[in-house]
Design a protein around this ligand. Sequence first.
Ligand SMILES: Cc1ncc(COP(=O)(O)O)c(C=O)c1O
Length: 389
Amino acid sequence: MTQFFEPAKRLSLIPPYLFKEIDDKKVEVRAKGVDIIDLGVGDPDLPTPAFIVEKLREVVQDPGTHRYPAYSGMRGFREAVARWYQRRFGVELDPETEVLTLIGSKEGIAHLPLGINDPEDINLMTSPGYPVYQMGSLFAGAHSHLLPLLRENGFLPDLHEVDPLTARDAKALFFNYPNNPTAAVADKEFFARVVEFCREYRIIAVHDAAYTELAYDGYLPPSFLEVPGARDVGIEFHSLSKTFNMTGWRLGMAVGNQEVLAALGKIKSNIDSGAFDAIQLAGITALDSDQSCVKENCAILQERRDLLVGGLQKLGYDVDYPKATFYVWLAVPKGMTSMSFTTHLLEQAGIVTIPGMGLGAPGEGYVRLALTVPKERLQEALARLARLG
Ligand SMILES: Cc1ncc(COP(=O)(O)O)c(C=O)c1O
């Protein structure tokens, strides 16, 4: 059949989908009747807390919520974000100019480059990482310069390693702590180094803070905006997705530098029409709550983490207890690659993981496991691994 149309050239720039092979294998293994344990997906299995669902049920009855929302988000939601940042991080935000509502943080991350980049710009970003930093940059015609996250540096980028000529040409730096996929955390000293670096080279700091609320053993991950000077150089993306098990609701926020938010807001106002007001109203209830639901969620994830990581260590695997996120970053056994180990686990144990190299070349040597299945399934996964020997 002749091709009906020629897709845009930019689509051919999207890197090949590395998980195709795994997806095919998954179908093959499932067809053999194997009960697959999927530790691949970064999507909470636990439900949104009932009081948030109840609030949606109530406000959706009001026809006032059925109309077009305000582009930058309901004033009430932006105020709730400011209150939450104040309570949680001690960070003051002006709800009018320093908070922008997003239809999930992925939306804002993907659109930001259209507001800040010209074609041929360079964006720095940590790797392995959330693929949207690279894809959003690509759609805006910007090049991605990857900063490797290595174990010997605590999975933090070494900013001294960035060639000054590249740094001078760079427009933005995307970074994410607590980190997907390595589960590494960053302290305020690191954030202060980012501020210094971005100030020196006039680079926009773009911090993705999606996982700050999923943390264990009493650890409280900081916001980038806690560091002096941060809002002069950058913004932070946050989301209700992981904090309140609300991935399907699509509600997030960008906070910080007014000029950068105005650029993102201008792009958004020409593309989307804002997040559903009823969802924002339910979001206010979530943010203004006493956060006990977040604590309960973390307690469940911590139990799963202890079970899985403890069990893996007993079996001789090289893996650390994550302080935050619901990911476990497991070093693959000697002689294997992240892809061959992923295939091995799927074929021999029916366990799905994400090969590190699929999230960026520096992720080679690791696989990512997500704590998004109940304890019994993790126990079963460990039993199967023990049988593998
Ligand atoms: C690091 C990171 N940032 C952002 C997102 C996007 O989250 P959402 O669009 O649901 O807010 C994800 C989702 O998996 C993520 O892992």
